[in-house]
Design a protein around this ligand. Structure first.
Ligand code: SDX
Length: 430
């Protein structure tokens, strides 16, 4: 970060010079680390809308231009030319792998896809109708009870093994959660299949008959994984970092990230969006729902629309929309009513003065559910798929933080507006 510029703060008749740090791309930041020590004041920023919580080299978003880079590479180029495990390598290590590095990485991940056999018993404790995210939070957290040789966060070798295990095993756990909800037997990973094909095989094959993965669907699945892989300091990534800053083991940190992602304002939006599109049902009911979304007194929001950072289109939504058309075409699903409603809703909303004024555009969750439903997943599996895709982003950000010599436990302060100091009042005096 380039230094040298300063910002001047005048407070209580005193001047304070604060360093201004300049990034590779994006806005400058004012370094306020010594503000409380020197000026005795905190800054106030609920939701961290104007606060940089860390410096990072992994992902960059320009919300006004609708740009997203993984390690400097635009998401559109990675979605078109790369594949998920190569993107995992890029996010983890900072550079695109050469052929030998890629083969070695894919082999390492492939050989860690099975989970400890005793982990199967965890599923028995859940009701069959449990949401798969509940199962994933529980079982991924429980990995720390099994993989004791990769929980010492101070050992870079153990950090590396934990990273590979999480990228390799979270899809297996997600598929097991799905099979358990169906009452079908778990399907073991197959090492001859690529990552996306293996996931589809673990979800959709049954022991009673052969199952052939459709390569086009595997490609669409792989692209969905890539589009969801990382996204700067979003709520779940910040959760993983905060959990990791206390020294918690990587499996516990990723379980915390999964829990945060579940919320409908975040990763749960893909499930909520498809359910909303179904609720709207037909194009002629769109105005009714748009009115509700604009009504301050109605908690209803247009799921899959809006974003904390993107105040222009979400580049992932553009790729996802193209992919939705391709997958539905491939599957011979024409005039899919949900897709018709989605496209018409997008068209109307983007012309509507409320959405234009508030810079609300479709986000990554708007079209993803349409593809996942077409591939055969129930809505309850949408967020688990987001979670398994984002595991590499979470673990890359966690590794970056742990390796940072400035790393310290995260501990925000507050603006206290509660009762002033007062003495205890005996029961009879109340
Ligand atoms: C993800 O952070 C990330 O990077 C997340 C993510 C990732 O990859 O990790 O991109 C994944 O979480 C995508 C977002 C998925 N969530 C949804 O689709 C849920 C619907 N969207 C909204 O809940 C909302 O847009 C958020 C939560 C996504 C963003 O909220 P902000 O930036 O805090 O915006 P806001 O709530 O302050 O809204 C600004 C204004 C408000 O109106 P005013 O108070 O200014 O009058 O816009 C309105 C909001 O009421 N608004 C919406 C709306 N989103 C915002 N109104 C109707 N429908 C919406 N969807």
């Amino acid at each position: 970060m380039a230094e040298g510029k300063t910002a001047k703060l005048q407070l209580g008749g005193k001047d304070f010079d604060l360093a201004v740090l300049s990034p590779t791309a994006g806005p400058d930041v004012i370094d306020i680390r010594k503000l409380y020590g020197e000026a005795g004041v905190f800054t106030y920023d609920p939701g961290f809308t104007s606060t940089a919580s860390c410096d990072s080299t992994i992902t960059y978003i320009d919300g006004d231009k609708g740009e997203l880079w993984y390690r400097g590479y635009p998401i559109e180029q990675l979605a078109e030319h790369s594949h998920y495990l190569e993107v995992c390598y890029l996010l983890l290590y900072g550079e695109l792998p050469n052929r030998d590095q890629l083969v070695d990485f894919e082999t390492r991940v492939t050989r860690h896809t099975m989970v400890h056999e005793q982990m199967h018993y965890f599923f028995r404790g859940f009701r069959r109708d449990s949401h798969p995210m509940a199962t994933m939070v529980g079982v991924v957290g429980a990995m720390s009870a099994f993989y004791h040789d990769s929980i010492d966060i101070n050992d870079p070798v153990q950090r590396e093994i934990a990273s590979i295990r999480l990228i390799a095993k979270v899809p297996t756990i997600a598929a097991m959660a799905y099979k358990y909800s169906l009452g079908q037997p778990f399907v073991y990973p197959r090492n001859e299949l690529d990552y996306a094909s293996n996931f589809l095989h673990m979800c959709f094959s049954v022991p009673a008959e052969p199952y052939q993965v459709d390569p086009a669907l595997a490609r669409a699945m792989d692209r969905i994984f890539t589009l969801h892989a990382d996204h700067e300091q979003n709520a779940s990534t910040s959760t993983v970092r905060l959990a990791g800053s206390s020294g918690a083991n990587p499996f516990a940190c990723i379980a915390a990230g999964i829990a945060c992602l579940w919320g409908p304002a975040h990763g749960g939006a893909n499930q909520a969006c498809l359910e909303m599109l179904r609720q709207i049902g037909t194009v002629d009911r769109i105005p009714e729902f748009l009115a509700r979304a604009k009504d301050k007194n109605d908690p209803f929001r247009l799921m899959g629309f809006g974003h904390r950072v993107y105040k222009n289109f979400d580049p992932r939504a553009k790729v996802m929309k193209e992919s939705a058309d391709e997958v539905l075409d491939l599957l011979g699903i024409h005039n899919n009513p949900t897709l018709q409603v989605a496209k018409e809703l997008e068209r109307i909303a983007l012309e509507d003065e409320y959405f234009v004024a508030k810079k609300l555009y479709p986000n990554v969750d708007f079209y993803s559910g349409i593809i996942l439903e077409a591939i055969g997943f129930p809505t309850s599996m949408f967020t688990p798929i987001f979670a398994l895709s984002r595991t590499v982003g979470w673990i890359s950000q966690w590794k970056e933080m742990i390796a940072d010599p400035q790393n310290k436990i995260g501990r925000p302060r507050q603006l206290y507006v509660g009762a002033p100091r007062r003495d205890y009042k005996p029961l009879d005096a109340r």
